[in-house]
Ligand binder design. Structure first.
Ligand code: SF4
Length: 63
């Protein structure tokens, strides 16, 4: 499983790293970044929750 963030859509709310810190991190530019590629098997469920929890629908599952 792989995820990608559309930085044009990310408004830096911080929800994704709060749900799945293994995969998402807030960067200095105020946008979320993917720090685990591919997503570790044990983090796939929380990663899906983060995808669904993004208010901007900025995170896509790409693989
Ligand atoms: S939940 Fe969505 S809008 Fe919020 S920081 Fe993560 S990618 Fe950006």
């Amino acid at each position: 499983m792989k995820v990608k963030i559309d930085e044009e859509l990310c408004m830096g709310c911080g929800v994704c790293p709060s749900i799945c810190p293994e995969v998402f991190e807030m960067a200095d530019d105020g946008k979320a970044k993917v720090i685990a590629d591919p997503v570790p098997p044990g983090s796939e469920d929380s990663c899906r929750e983060a995808v669904e929890g993004c208010p901007e629908l900025a995170i896509k599952i790409v693989d």
